[in-house]
Design a protein around this ligand. Structure first.
Ligand SMILES: *Cc1c(COP(=O)(O)O)cnc(C)c1O
Length: 360
């Protein structure tokens, strides 16, 4: 088995140790005589898988009891609809900070359900920075404020948590969840597609303050109703059982790494290594404001764009995969989530230096 370093923005790399354990357990999960994929979701065995995953996540993130943890489907994109369906009937407009492609999509979907208001946007600056705290104030009558702490495509990350007073704060943490410690109580609703920092695609995590549950829009399908999901242990229907099992293994692995505090240190080291290599060179460039650079997604541009295809081809030969930037941004992008080892980033930096020497 040869595993290279996969810099894809998502689905992203999973820890090798998790793959190995899943492979070993695949045909016969803990003496049940069947794969975890074949277990009834209502069986005590699978319920223990789900509850175990939830318990580990609660420990990792220090999630208080008055928050529900939901395992849902449809990706973060379906949450762009779920959030307004579940929170907008409280009245008032849904307010947004617009810092890039994922903000834009969230705003567009919410617009189907009621009034939306963009409080601040960095669009005119090419989304090269996050919105600063002094650039907006939340309306007292707002239904909620939604923002994207880490814009995966642009590589822009907030360096603070917005203050919203009594207005619920909603965060799309798809590409930054579990990458650094947060205080869950600073937020009222957190959601994340699993395929970046949690596990395989097909699972979406929602962490929501229980006091917000219940005032859903009349037409909300019960599958998308947070209260219904919370009341039914995320089993309004058959949940994505294998993805939940794998997420539990990733949580286990993360605990073994020393938890979120420890992984933050490694993530900071990886990001510093890569940004430093970019900043020291005339050949590579990252356009994002220093204080808002993402630790998870690092876009960079080659001075000579004619060399893009060559860069990607040679990187692939060196076992460094999926470095092409998003089609809307161009250039390159290295996504360095929790499961990307330091050795992978070292390999990339060495390759970049070597490539520059040969072609710069
Ligand atoms: C990847 C991503 C999404 C979209 O996730 P899907 O699971 O494909 O719907 C939304 N928001 C952010 C910040 C993302 O990184």
């Amino acid at each position: 088995m040869t595993r290279g370093y996969n810099f894809c923005s998502g689905p992203a790399m999973l820890p090798g140790a998790v793959m190995q354990r899943a492979q070993e357990e695949l045909p016969d999960w803990q003496g049940t005589g069947m794969s975890v994929m074949e277990l009834s979701h209502r069986s005590p065995e699978f319920v223990s898988v789900l509850e175990g995953a939830e318990a580990r996540l609660r420990t990792l993130m220090n999630i208080p009891e008055d928050y529900a943890v939901l395992f849902m489907q449809g990706g973060a994109t379906l949450q762009f609809s779920c959030v307004p369906m579940n929170l907008m009937s409280r009245g008032g407009a849904a307010e947004f900070l617009d810092t890039g492609a994922w903000s834009v999509k969230a705003i567009k979907e919410a617009g189907r359900y009621g009034e939306t208001r963009v409080l601040a946007s960095t669009k005119d600056e090419g989304y090269r920075r996050a919105v600063r705290a002094d650039e907006f104030s939340v309306g007292a009558d707002a239904a909620y404020l939604h923002y994207t702490p880490n814009e995966t495509i642009g590589g822009v990350e907030f360096n603070y948590v917005p203050e919203t007073g009594d207005v619920p704060l909603v965060a799309d943490m798809s590409s930054c969840i579990l990458s650094r410690p947060i205080n869950v109580e600073d937020f009222d609703l957190i959601y994340a597609g699993a395929q970046k920092n949690i596990g395989p695609a097909g699972l979406t995590l929602v962490i929501v303050r229980k006091s917000l549950l219940g005032e859903v829009m009349h037409d909300t399908p019960s599958l998308l109703n947070y209260k219904a999901q919370a009341d039914n242990g995320s089993m309004v229907n058959t949940p994505p059982t294998f993805a939940i099992y794998l997420a539990g293994l990733v949580f286990d692995w993360l605990e073994g790494q020393g938890g979120v505090r420890a992984i933050e240190g490694i993530n900071a080291e990886k990001a510093a290594l890569l940004y430093d290599a970019i900043d020291r060179s005339e050949f590579y460039r990252n356009p994002i404001a220093l204080e808002h650079r993402s630790r998870m997604n690092v876009p960079f541009i080659l001075a000579d764009e004619q060399l893009n295809d060559r860069f990607l081809a040679e990187a692939g030969e060196a076992g460094l995969y999926n470095l092409q930037g998003h089609r809307s941004v161009g250039g390159m992008r290295a996504s360095i989530y929790n499961a990307m080892p330091l050795a992978g980033v070292r390999g990339l930096v060495d390759f970049m230096k070597d490539f520059e020497q040969r072609h710069g």
